[in-house]
Design a protein around this ligand. Structure first.
Ligand code: GTR
Length: 416
């Protein structure tokens, strides 16, 4: 079996030459307690873009999230509107779209979109939800998801949604507030493309396995990679939508979906702004300090989120050739906002803040006099430089007050 896997890896390398990096196996990488340098000598945006940025991106693919297939072309994406109606006291529109994309048989995505009713195109946030679009608003016309749903969610029986789950996560998706603020919100369920459990026989992954193999190779994408891919497909659809301002599509996410938003924003520069809400380990939080959730925790509890190589850094964080500040740096020069909560030490607010500090050189290269804060700001005080940071009191979660911070940050950075 081991021989077969090595042979298939070899085949993958010759068929995808850009995968053929000559990087050492994780166990051969040297230890360094210091954070890896963001710029590594890049002295201009041109040097950053042509060399260092792409190197960091490939390092994250290789050792952390895995490599994703090429994004489907817009002409191959089919969008059907299954719901369109006026809502929110006549001030907004609610739409739901079914998105099909290659390869043939890939699981369809369902994109729920709430937007202000107006003639001019509006800026939009797109983010993944945890349990189906029907949980994001209590509306009988929204599609009741028919796929696998995590069992611990309200109104879920045997991992299937019931009518009782409609609107159960509505507090996380303040559509009316968005409409008042002049933004659209689009959301899709991450389980549409890959249900959140450790099994690679379902969702999108098997569509890309090499013939004769039914499990991921060391460098293949995990769930976060697949979820990020679905956000990028959604971005293609939103950018092409005449109601949306395609230059102002922002990607956001909470927790595991925050890790995903950062990875999607890093790979896809069509996202004009990136928001991470309490994304923690494998998201905005640095891995080296080993506070809160550690690699060994995340890789044990969620073995399907990252690629297989990432596990080789369990309890060996110092050997990582990158750290999470470089994920933020990949958003440069686009605005990126990192939000923490004091009561969410599992996501390590200090490590999330430390990432912002260490990512700043990439922004400074572009002339942004960025992120000068040396210690955590007081609660509820937004640092609104090009890298933004905010910490609020309270626990792990997301709601209207968090979105208010996102809109304030976007207002400042995306104003025309
Ligand atoms: C936790 C996990 C975190 C975070 C969170 C969530 O159990 O340890 O990394 O992703 O779940 O997504 O709510």
């Amino acid at each position: 079996m081991k021989f077969l896997a090595s042979f298939l890896t070899f085949l993958a390398l010759i068929s995808f030459p850009s995968q053929a990096e000559n990087w050492p196996e994780p166990e051969k990488l040297p230890a360094s307690a210091a954070l890896p340098d963001v710029l590594a000598g890049a002295e201009s945006p041109a040097e950053w873009r042509s060399q260092r940025r792409s190197e960091i991106l490939r390092l994250f693919e290789h050792y952390v999230y895995g490599r994703s297939p090429e994004l489907p072309k817009l002409k191959d994406i089919r969008v059907q509107t299954r719901l369109k109606k006026e809502m929110f006291g006549g001030k907004g529109i609610l739409r739901e779209m079914v998105i099909n994309y290659p390869p043939e048989g890939a699981p369809p995505l369902h994109l729920l979109l709430a937007l202000p009713k107006q003639k001019q195109p509006v800026p939009a946030f797109v983010g993944l939800n945890f349990a189906g679009n029907h949980t994001c608003i209590a509306d009988p016309d929204v599609w009741l998801n028919e796929g696998w749903i995590p069992g611990r969610k309200k109104g879920v029986e045997d991992h299937r949604a019931t009518e009782a789950s409609r609107g159960s996560e509505a507090s996380r998706w303040p559509f009316e507030l968005a409409i008042e603020r002049g933004y659209a919100i689009a959301t899709l369920y991450h389980g549409d493309i890959d249900p959140d459990f450790a099994d690679f026989s379902n969702g999108i992954h098997p569509h890309f396995f090499l013939k004769g193999i039914d499990e991921p190779l060391a460098g293949d994408w995990g769930a976060i990679g697949a979820w990020a891919w679905s956000l990028r497909i959604a971005a293609s659809v939103l950018i092409a939508d005449p109601a949306i301002d395609g230059d102002r599509v922002c990607v956001m996410g909470h927790s595991r979906n925050g890790k995903t938003a950062l990875w999607a924003g890093a790979q896809d520069e069509r996202f004009a702004l990136v928001v991470s809400n309490q994304s923690g380990c494998g998201g905005a939080a640095l891995s080296r300090p080993r506070r809160g959730e550690k690699l060994v925790n995340i890789n044990t509890n969620f073995p399907h989120w990252f690629n297989q190589r990432f596990k080789d850094f369990n309890d060996r964080e110092d050997h990582l050739p990158i750290d999470q500040h470089q994920l933020l740096a990949l958003a440069a020069p686009r605005p990126v906002l990192v939000c923490s909560a004091t009561g969410d030490q599992w996501a390590d607010p200090e490590g999330e803040f430390g990432s912002c500090v260490a990512a700043a050189p990439a922004y400074q290269l572009y002339g942004f006099n960025d992120f000068k804060a040396a210690s955590l700001p007081p609660e509820n005080q937004l640092i609104d430089s090009r890298i933004g940071y905010h910490i609020r009191p309270g626990k792990h979660g997301i709601g209207a007050p968090d979105w208010t911070v996102f809109f304030d940050f976007a207002d400042k950075h995306l104003a025309h």
